[in-house]
Every structure is written in structure tokens, then in C-alpha cells.
Design a protein around this ligand. Sequence first.
Ligand code: FES
Ligand SMILES: [Fe+2]
Length: 353
Amino acid sequence: MATAGDIVTNAVSAYTDGVPPASAFPTHPKTWHYVCPEADLARGPKGRRLFGHDVVAFRTEQGNVAVIGARCSHLGANLACGKVAGETIQCPFHNWRFGPDGTCVEIPAEKKIPAFARQHSYASVIRHGVVYAFNGPVALFPLPFFADENPSDFVAAPAFSFTADASWLMVASQGFDTQHFESVHERRLLRPPRLERVSPFALRNRWEAEIVGVTFRDRLLRLLVGTTVALDIWNWGGGGIVVRAAFAHAYSRFLVFFRPLEDRRTHFDVHVFAPRGLAALTLPVRRLFTRGHLESEAAQVRGTEYQPSHLIGADAGMIECFRWLAAIPQTPCRPGINGEHPVQASACRRSTP
Ligand code: FES
Ligand SMILES: [Fe+2]
């Protein structure tokens, strides 16, 4: 039954009214990104290309982890090729040193530090042995996880990654695309999906379906976990998807962090979870199923693009998603709004083992 906060998908009549133009969306939405396994930092700074910038993650000698802009504010050398020196990272070119908050703290050849000597800094968090960064100095919402569940009760499989030949807008809207549940996933809906704007940063969709697919994976799924599935999908910030699937005899949980690439494609990093204890032994199988599921979907959505004037009534769930995506705040708003607590850059925390 829909609650007061729900948006029933078939309630959109003038469906093209208010559909945002492509220019309404940020190129790189402010959200959390997968950076690298924490263990990689034992070998030194790690460079990544994220949200249109070169960034570097490093662990200081005292064990703090930071993510800052990688292009040195002096003459642009890549700090990922530098080294950690105490609580700083040292540029490989003229040895300028920068702290975890991006501040230049030492120029060996000169005492005065100019104002431009400063790197961008990014809020970061370590969870399940993985470093995540937000594309801004202050995170606008916490690193997503499954609603009402504690990260320390779960173990995570090593992330897997792939690239989809689709724009990030199409990827972000997939969890709200009612038509594709049947056409791509071969799930027959048992009742209309329920969409809910949980906060300015989170859109949720819940739906129940019968598994009617004829693929080997679906036949095995019906045999092992039952014939129906209830999906609970959250999109956080436009770039993080949290999926919990309740089958008759099992749960499946995974997080997807995705980001736009500069060639209009979209990069995925996926984490699959299992409860601690005996269920953790099933993690490799869960990872295998999830990977097969997502990669086959990526192949099917190849080449898709946002075309607002081509949306129809059956796309109402996607339309609601696009409206929400265009309205996500991209700068800090009131602290604590809807339970969000900004996370400052350089305050890298371990929330779970
Ligand atoms: S380019 Fe980094 S110190 Fe000169
Ligand atoms: Fe899908």
C-alpha cells in the first residue's frame, strides 16, 4: 500500500511536462566514488581519474588516509608519482609537501608559501577495506549502505568493475525504469512499483515480481532461492545504487558506484555483500551471479542516451528519477538536513573492519 510520501508511477498524466532538459544535469554529480582497496596504499600513493580530475589517495605514516587533487599546484606534476613523507605527500618534481587537507606545508627552496599552493581535497571514508571519496571537500550525505543494516554485520567480496556504453543518466535511472524489469530482466511485476523521495539525496523504488526468465541463471535462481523477488533499490546522489533483493529463501545485497567517463560511457564499481558467519562462504557465488546479471544488462543498454522528448507514460518512473536527479543539491545545504551529516575532507574514518 502506498504511503503519503509515495509517488504512484501511473499517476503521471502530462508526462512530458517538467521533464528536465539535458543541460539541467551536472556533468559529474556530487556523490561517493570507489577509489581503491585500502591495501593498495601500503605500496605508496595511488592515482585515479575520478569526476573529471586526477586524484591521489595516500596513507600518512600515522595511518591517516586522504584523497586530494593529484596535479601539483606548482607546475602540475602528478603527486601519485611522489611519495609519502610523514603526514604529507611530497611532489616528485620540486618536493613541495601537501597535507591531507591539501594545504602546502613546505617548499624546500623557499620559506614563503604562496596562496595558490593548495590542492583540492575530497572527503574520504574507509569501509570494508575500501577507500571511498566524495567529489567535494564536504560530503553532502554519508557513504550509502543498506537501510537499517549495520556494515559491520557484513563481509564484502572484492569489487568488480566494468564499463557500460550508456550515459550516466540512463544508468542512474535503470532502477526506476519499469518497462525494463520485464524486457531486460524477465521479471513479471506483481504490483505497481512504489517510488519515494527519501531525502533530497536519495530516491527509493520498491517492487515485487515473479522470476519468469528462461536463462540458465534464472532457472538456477528459481531452483535455489524461489520464484519471486522483492527489490528495494536506492539511488544516492545520482551515482550510488544500493540494491537489496529478497527472494523466497535468500537475500542478495550489492552496492554499485558509478561515474561518468569523458567519452560519455559510464564506469561501474560493484560490491557484493553477505552476512558474517556461514553465509559468508556463499560470497563468491553471490558475486558471480551479480556480475553476470549486471554485465549482461550493460550489454543490453548499449548506446542508450537521455532523450527527454521521447519519454512516454510508461516511462513515468524514469521521469520521476530524472526530475529528482536534476534537483539534487550540488553544494552543502543546511547541515543535518534529513539526517545527513557532512563529512569533512581529511577526516578519513574506518566505519567497519
Ligand atoms: S611541480 Fe610539484 S613541486 Fe613543482
Ligand atoms: Fe536493471
